[in-house]
Design a protein around this ligand. Structure first.
Ligand code: MN
Length: 193
């Protein structure tokens, strides 16, 4: 893993005072992990994290993901987080960066969506692995979530006219799409045992 990727995350935190993991201790799992943490910070948001290249690429989603393909959810990219964060649940103390309760709202594994992505389909046809880093750098990633609440195909699209950090998170129309269903309201609780 490229440890330099976690410099910003680590520089912002005092690990003797916050229960968040420092990172760098968890070996990469066989299947890339994803998680969504419901974060009661100064304003409530849902942190979507996808494991890519040994770290968790992270987006703060103010309204959380939706299973309704009609919903477009703003997703603000934040610093990469260590893999250990994928299962983190706890309270970041007052006065510290990102203070507030963190609840593990969903977790599971994810994979690049080779059905919806022409690029991934072409790479697979040539016997190549989907180049997720390149798709993120280009500002669009189609992916399948295998979670407790979030399942099926989604896309993250960078809004290039709104600066590099602003993306949209959308659900594709597939068997897991649920029109008119408000998953964050209907299923508010932690998935941690
Ligand atoms: Mn957060």
């Amino acid at each position: 893993m490229d440890k330099d990727r976690l410099e910003e995350y680590q520089a912002k935190r005092n690990f003797s005072a916050t229960p968040e993991p420092r990172g760098g201790d968890t070996p990469p799992p066989a299947r890339p992990v994803f998680s969504v943490q419901k974060h009661f910070a100064s304003s409530l948001h849902y942190d979507l994290r996808l494991e890519v290249g040994g770290v968790l690429r992270s987006w703060a989603v103010p309204k959380g993901a939706s299973l309704d393909p009609a919903d477009k959810r703003l997703a603000v990219q934040v610093e990469d987080h260590p893999l250990d964060c994928a299962t983190f649940q706890g309270t970041i103390p007052e006065g510290h960066y990102a203070a507030g309760e963190v609840l593990l709202w969903d977790t599971g594994w994810w994979e690049p969506d080779t059905q919806w992505s022409r690029t991934f389909k072409e790479q697979a046809a040539r016997g190549k692995l989907p180049d997720v880093e390149a798709k993120l750098a280009a500002g669009e990633l189609k992916f399948i979530l295998h979670g407790h609440k979030l399942r099926g195909s989604f896309v993250l699209v960078q809004m290039k006219n709104r600066g590099p950090k602003n993306w949209l998170l959308l659900k594709h129309k597939d068997d897991h799409a649920r029109r008119g269903y408000n998953v964050t309201a209907e299923e508010p609780d932690s998935v941690a045992g």
